[in-house]
Design a binder for this molecule. Structure first.
Ligand code: FES
Length: 152
């Protein structure tokens, strides 16, 4: 794809005249000032950069901008509606799911994607879904407690 790329970001149609092979994560953070997604590994392995693309969890560090042309991207920054946090965000706050917080974007966005396709997941389904999101602090107990509260 050449030329400006059109993509909906957090509900707003946006046209970007940026190199089409630029990583989506860089575009979101550097060009659109959306700092919800984080840079962790840059290799698609840690999950810190997770966003929703057409409602499905995707690792934005390994997706080129051209890969989301004509599609809808939602970041952590876009989950809030009318000044109210998404229930998944609220659950992680209520249960103090974070220690350093760096992995929280990935945990929340991955769980959000799961809930969009399966509103009442089992604990095992949640564990499987979050299995590929890394947390170096090791707050997995708090993360699971937050996730279970979010699906209540
Ligand atoms: Fe994208 Fe680690 S920064 S998966």
């Amino acid at each position: 794809i050449q030329g400006p790329i059109s993509v909906k970001v957090n509900g707003q149609q946006t046209t970007l005249d940026i190199a089409p092979d630029a990583p989506l994560l860089n575009v979101l953070r550097n060009d659109l000032c959306l700092n919800g997604p984080k840079f962790g590994c840059g290799l698609g392995e840690c999950g810190a950069c997770t966003v929703l693309v057409d409602g499905v969890a995707a690792r934005s560090c390994v997706i080129p901008l051209a890969g989301v042309s004509g599609r809808s991207v939602v970041t952590l920054d876009g989950l809030e509606q009318n000044g109210k946090l998404d229930p998944v965000q609220q659950a992680f706050i209520d249960e103090q799911g974070a220690q350093c917080g760096y992995c929280m974007n990935g945990m929340i966005m991955t769980l959000k994607a799961l809930l969009l396709r399966s509103p009442h997941p089992t604990e095992q389904e949640i564990r499987s879904e979050l299995d590929f999101n890394l947390c170096r602090c090791g707050t997995h107990v708090e993360i699971m407690r937050s996730a279970l509260r979010a699906v209540e």
